[in-house]
Ligand binder design. Structure first.
Ligand code: AMP
Length: 563
């Protein structure tokens, strides 16, 4: 089956997808369409976002749905409001010529009364987020007794977002006779458990391997200390002109911080994360889709459901814990046959994480050097010409008589002047800037970070912090404080063979609760008899209450907030 016209899909569907420009089915569609049209078994499909999953399940279902019945026949559950709206929009597009088919989206963060009202239209298809679906079941606004098909989209994400109970309730509220299709990018233990309990002898299909790595993406990484990270990011953006990219951060706080930094530096950037209201998130996504901004700084969760196919770069400002998330993130570029670039900024202490990502994903990554001002200007000149050659039409009427006499200049001189004019600000910014030296991984993993890190610290604070647990250095200057972090005094030090990686491990253990959120860790300073470390404020109580009950090499541990 190489063309949609070779499937048995109805002419109404073929016409609609033809108008969307779909000619051949994607890999997952090739496998699911014939299966769903002819089989009554449940299905587990392993596929990443962007593989054409929505059409893969909805086209064959639309083909079979009974448009004379006004009962709900298809329920699609998905993790986020954005994805819910995206799927609804896609299904509405696919059923454009099926006049009697109605699809309704129900999701949290929006008026439940409005949604109850729209259910009065008697849609045959409901696309919803689990929490809101449960609310509507409880209000008796949804009747699932006639459901034929239940789709769990991005099941792994729904489970990792804590929707386990909701999913189980919905699965047990729907008729046994339904056919269940579970789509997931990863086959986690939880997904496996749900499928065991609620799916009957499912047929399994998989598109490529779970860790499928796109070959058309070039992977680069740059090793840089915490203090120079934002400047390094700026340089990497400046040396990749004309980019349309997503920068991934680990926490909401970091996302906002990076976005603020870029905006203050004049970039068309904005932040997307869960602390923003729904309306703010919608506005940011719209601006990004319309390319009013060309850099989006986002958390992994918030970026889901954002469907853009033309990203030139994905930047990992912070590495994710899970190598599969790294593959996911990177796979947001290099779509639709285009090439893509993935850039990772690695803190020296993340050498192990990087090694793990490389070994699990088998991605070939090249270490790059943070560009110098000169590299950046060269790249920008290339970018200006690239943009010039892309212009093939006139956007406004132009009277040649407005051009003054240029005969005194050669064309090279003119190009020079235009480039100077265009790149003046950037050139002035980099004129007297030092190069950012990248740091070798091997110089770390021992006691106090790379030599450069130590040098930075010494310069910043004075060497005799051993004796000074306060917030002032030897010169009496207030130490630079990160308002979002708490600094702890820790009773073990070099004499206890404590290494930085041990401290990372201890903090991670002390702060890993039920929530999947990991604590942001700042500076770690290991001194002779004791140490200091910084942890994200919201994890302060976890550190205080848990470290006291843990031991390191048989020694009691104690952490208290530093003065
Ligand atoms: P999805 O994985 O469902 O989010 O789809 C990813 C993107 O691919 C969406 O923009 C779809 O509109 C598009 N798409 C899905 N199937 C096809 C197809 N067979 N041909 C071209 N584009 C498609």
């Amino acid at each position: 089956m190489n063309l949609f016209t070779e499937t048995n899909l109805s002419p109404d569907i073929l016409k609609a997808i033809g108008e969307l420009g779909y000619e051949s089915p994607t890999e997952i569609q090739k496998q699911t369409i014939p299966f769903i049209l002819s089989d009554i078994r449940d299905l587990i499909a392993l596929a990443q976002t962007g593989t054409g999953k929505t059409a893969a399940f909805s086209l064959p279902i639309l083909d079979m749905i009974d448009d004379t019945s006004r009962k709900i026949q298809l329920l699609v559950l998905c993790p986020t409001r954005e994805l819910c709206l995206q799927i609804t929009k896609d299904i509405k597009n696919y059923s454009k010529y099926m006049k009697d088919i109605k699809t309704t989206a129900v999701y949290g963060g929006s008026s439940i009364m409005d949604q109850i009202r729209s259910l009065k239209d008697k849609p045959q298809i409901i696309v919803g987020t689990p929490g809101r679906v449960i609310d509507l079941i409880n209000r008796k606004a949804l009747d699932f007794s006639a459901i034929h098909w239940l789709v769990l989209d991005e099941a792994d994400e729904m489970l990792s977002m804590g929707f386990k109970d909701e999913l189980e309730t919905i699965l047990s509220e729907t008729p046994e006779t339904k056919q269940t299709f579970l789509f997931s990018a990863t086959m986690s233990k939880e997904v496996e458990r749900i499928s065991k309990n609620y799916l009957t002898k499912p047929h399994r299909i998989s598109v490529g391997s779970i860790n499928e790595v796109k070959k058309n993406i070039k992977h680069e990484y740059y090793v840089i200390g915490y203090r120079q990270k934002k400047e390094a990011l700026k340089r990497l953006i400046d040396s990749n002109p004309n980019q349309y990219s997503i920068i991934f951060c680990r926490t909401r706080m970091e996302t906002q911080e990076v976005a603020d930094f870029l905006m203050q530096n004049g970039y068309a950037a904005d932040a997307l994360h869960g602390d923003l209201s729904q309306a703010q998130r919608d506005t940011v996504m719209k601006k990004f889709r319309l390319k009013n901004i060309d850099i989006l700084v986002a958390t992994d969760v918030a970026a889901r459901g954002l469907d853009v196919n033309s990203l030139t770069h994905v930047i990992h400002y912070s590495l994710p814990d899970d190598p599969e998330v790294f593959v996911h993130r990177s796979g947001r570029t290099g779509r639709a046959g285009k090439d893509g670039i993935s850039i990772a900024l690695i803190k020296p202490e993340e050498s192990r994480k990087l090694k793990q990502i490389k070994s699990v994903t088998k991605i070939e990554m090249h270490e790059g050097k943070i560009p110098t001002g000169e590299d950046i200007i060269k790249a920008q000149v290339g970018g200006v010409f690239e943009s010039l050659f892309e212009i093939h039409e006139d956007f406004f009427e132009f009277d040649d008589s407005l051009i003054p006499d240029l005969s005194a200049f050669t064309k090279e001189e003119l190009a020079h002047k235009l480039l100077q004019f265009q790149l003046k600000d950037l050139a002035l910014y980099y004129k007297d800037r030092h190069d950012l030296m990248d740091q070798k991984l091997s110089s770390r993993d021992d006691d106090g970070g790379s030599r450069r890190d130590r040098r930075d610290r010494d310069r910043d604070r004075g060497r005799d912090r051993d004796r000074d647990r306060g917030d002032r250095d030897r010169g009496g200057k207030p130490r630079r404080k990160n308002e979002d972090m708490v600094r702890f005094f820790f009773n073990l030090g070099k004499k206890d063979q404590l290494k930085k990686l041990d401290v990372l491990d201890i903090i991670n253990k002390a702060t890993s609760g039920k929530s999947k959120k990991r604590a942001e860790i700042g500076d770690i300073e290991i001194l002779e008899k004791f140490s200091f470390f910084e942890v994200e404020k919201s994890f302060k109580d976890n550190v205080l209450s848990n470290i006291g009950s843990m031991k390191f090499k048989g020694k009691e541990m104690r952490a208290e907030v530093a003065n």
